[in-house]
Design a protein around this ligand. Structure first.
Ligand code: AMP
Length: 429
């Protein structure tokens, strides 16, 4: 099937062709006709499936062919998304696909000054892409009027709920006109998501881009068993041997991200780190450097990595295994995107076996264990007391026992540093 058969306007077809897409992805093929027809949509689609264009293209078409029912200009489309990176990526898609249409958009996210966003909101954008918290701030300050909203998109709804945005979302939805089109995208479907969709969506069409547990088909996955303290050296070895080229490396904590980045930098590996304690500009520079190939390794926390759009990312490394199995799917969704095969490498310590078991249960298949190329890496000798952390935690730990954050898996002595620097128990951002 080609894009022409989806009923998109010539301006949008031109933009899609400019982008080099030859045919729609499955979620685009299934969702676009329904969204064009004005239906509510419940889409099971994770990042990497082309879901952004699946809602942005038909929304742009709607805005360009149907005038607003309102006399005065106002926001016609509100897109809520969990992170600033994702917000930036969606707004870039709006601009890319809307390149040949006179449609204005604005973007609203936290961690940066309000003033430029206020100025953008005053220019009467038809589309606003926002993270919930900052959108509330703008609303309380009187910078927004929702009276003309006709389409509401909840993107990565599962992640927004995971991040505790449910009350903000409910509040925002209560301000929108009741007569509107609603689109909900989520990679996973917890009971909470089902309740939200049941409340939000009217007679929705359901589309399923990739059933969550087959999301892995394009990605070769491997487990290397490595003691926790041996992981830094194991990663260095994988990179030096060429086994890992450009890689996005997931770690559990911000402190862990910084420590690992310093370790890799000391090993002369070009590395950058992103997490929520980094200024927005630093995060953008790190991402741009990574995309431009100026750094080989981008170390990231779960949340900071969310929404990163890098086509053809060859490797994802789970340096710390995720505690929530669904996060594994999100992470490996960073590679094997848009038809490109990828590799997901898991460095699993004995303490992390329960997480691995949960992940394999979700996948419905074991992940192959392979010996670390070049043989086992010995953990560095420790100068501390003999009862080491490893022994304390290994063996009979119940599943989930080490899931309450603070479980820094890095170099000796670093856990103490994390505690004394006030590191929070919550993982990621
Ligand atoms: P998304 O799932 O929206 O994050 O998109 C994942 C990646 O797929 C992005 O890099 C898009 O630019 C790319 N993409 C989206 N639609 C297509 C398409 N029809 N053909 C090829 N690549 C696409």
């Amino acid at each position: 099937m080609s894009f022409t058969e989806l009923g998109l306007s010539p301006e949008l077809l031109r933009a899609v062709a400019d982008r080099g897409y030859t045919e729609p992805t499955p979620v685009q093929r299934e969702a676009i006709p329904h969204v064009l027809a004005g239906r509510d949509l419940l889409a099971a689609a994770q990042t990497g499936t082309g879901k952004t264009a699946a809602f942005v293209l038909p929304i742009l078409q709607r805005l360009s062919v149907t005038p607003s029912a309102h006399e005065s200009p106002g926001i016609r489309v509100l897109v809520l998304t969990p992170t600033r990176e994702l917000a930036v990526q969606i707004e870039e898609s709006v601009k890319t696909y809307g390149a040949h249409l006179p449609i204005r958009s604005a973007i609203v996210y936290g961690g940066v000054p309000m003033a430029p966003q206020i100025a953008a909101l005053r220019r009467n954008p038809e589309i606003v892409v926002a993270t919930p918290g900052r959108l509330l701030d703008h609303t309380w300050s009187g910078n927004l009027d929702y009276g003309a909203v006709e389409v509401c998109v909840l993107d990565e709804a599962d992640r927004m709920l995971d991040m505790g945005f449910i009350d903000d979302i409910r509040q925002i939805l209560s301000w929108l006109p009741t007569e509107r089109q609603n689109l909900l995208f989520s990679a996973t479907f917890s009971d909470q998501i089902r309740r939200l969709s049941a409340k939000l969506l009217r007679n929705p069409v359901s589309v399923q881009a990739t059933p969550s547990n087959t999301a892995t088909e394009l990605v070769r996955q491997v487990v290397y068993l490595a003691d926790r303290d041996a992981k830094p050296a194991a990663l260095v070895r994988l990179i030096r041997s060429g086994e890992v080229r450009q890689a996005l490396v997931f770690v559990r904590t911000k402190h862990g991200a910084d420590k690992l980045a310093s370790h890799l930098t000391r090993a002369s590996i070009r590395t950058a780190a992103i997490h929520s304690n980094k200024a927005q500009l630093q995060r953008e520079v790190a991402l741009e450097d990574f995309k431009a190939g100026k750094v080989d390794v981008l170390v990231a926390t779960e949340v900071a990595a969310r929404g990163i759009d890098i086509t053809a990312l060859p490797h994802v490394v789970n340096y710390d295994m995720p505690s929530v199995p669904a996060d594994y799917l999100h992470r490996i969704g960073r590679t094997g995107r848009a038809g490109i095969d990828g590799v997901a490498i898991n460095l699993v310590s004995p303490e992390e076996m329960p997480q691995l078991v949960d992940i394999e249960r979700l996948l419905g298949a074991p992940i192959p264990r392979e010996p670390l190329p070049g043989g086992t890496v010995a953990a560095p000798r420790r100068s501390g007391p003999p009862a080491d952390r490893h022994n304390r935690h290994s063996g009979s730990r119940p599943p989930g026992a080490n899931r309450r954050g603070g479980g820094w898996n890095g170099l000796p002595g670093e856990r103490r540093a994390e505690v004394s620097s006030g590191g929070r128990a919550r993982s990621g951002d």
